[in-house]
Write a protein that binds this ligand. Structure first.
Ligand SMILES: *[C@@H]1O[C@H](CO)[C@@H](O)[C@H](O)[C@H]1NC(C)=O
Length: 93
């Protein structure tokens, strides 16, 4: 904890609406210039839901930007969590 900067993750709020989730995905995929993780064949494609895909890429953005609180704001649709959201083959950065 504390000095390990990989002890927090960014996910989409459960209550975020589809428009917000789609906008976040578009925004982050443009920023990263790569969204293979959530494309067919990617390790986080399944479950193929907006909330899953948004959470995965929002966390990629958060991690790349340095895990600052404001990097997970996403107009209020992001949520910082202390528990690793990774599942199966989908590893959160
Ligand atoms: C989704 O949430 C945003 C931000 O709160 C809001 O501006 C927008 O109208 C909402 N869209 C829908 C379809 O509810």
């Amino acid at each position: 904890m504390g000095s390990c900067n990989s002890s927090s993750w960014c996910i989409a709020k459960y209550l975020a609406n589809d428009t917000e989730l789609k906008n976040n995905i578009l925004y982050v995929c443009d920023f990263l210039d790569d969204c293979k993780l959530i494309q067919p064949g990617g390790s986080c494609f399944i479950p193929d839901t907006l909330i899953n895909h948004a959470s995965v890429v929002m966390n990629e953005y958060y991690a790349k930007k340095g895990r600052n609180t404001w990097n997970c704001y996403f107009s209020g649709s992001g949520l910082i969590t202390q528990s690793d959201p990774s599942y199966g083959s989908c590893k959160y950065a």
